[in-house]
Design a protein around this ligand. Sequence first.
Ligand code: CA
Length: 228
Amino acid sequence: MSRVLVVEDEPDIAMVLRMLLERAGHEVAHGADGRQGLRMMHEKRPDLVLLDIGLPVMDGWVVLERIRDVSEVPVLLLTAHGLEADKVRGLRGGADDYLTKPFSSKELLARVEALLRRADRASAEAGTEVYDDGTLRVDHRARRVYASGDEIEVNATEYRLLSTFVRHRDAVLSPRQLLRLVWDDESGVGADRVKFAILRLRRKLGWSADDSPIRAARGMGYRYSPPR
Ligand code: CA
């Protein structure tokens, strides 16, 4: 059983989400506007957040930003607009996945389970190992990341991306492989998700495209090459 926070202002949709999630065995908390959602976030410490973008008081973008300031909890965005720009903005803002309304209950539950599974696996993999190549240090036990000695705050997706890269260092990973390994997504659709996540991660680590250990292998994918 996981704790899921639903931040959604439309009572009908919130009710359906609660019903679906509870039937799937999860504990559900609900916030009906952005501010309430953030309060529930602090009170309930959810394992996953379903976040509507169009919210009163404080919209979903602001809520996402505030969540990412303090937590790497997986966030699944819900939006009524099927706009490409929203999707890009959401993934850039640190959301883990994105669902456009209206969605089927099957699709919703599949995404929720995938995100929860991924978060579980990430904590299970957080064994004893510490990876350190002088530039990058990944402490798998504490789930902490350091670049040139400074601790960097990363979200769950970024952490998984980085630990996947260092586990497969010097190997080229295709966007499809990365989607499977990091996002648990077998469809292979959404190479832009990979691209934006890598751009964001590089920026956080203070690496430019030219001197980054994470390099694009043109037309093939990306590779982490430890500095020599
Ligand atoms: Ca709404």
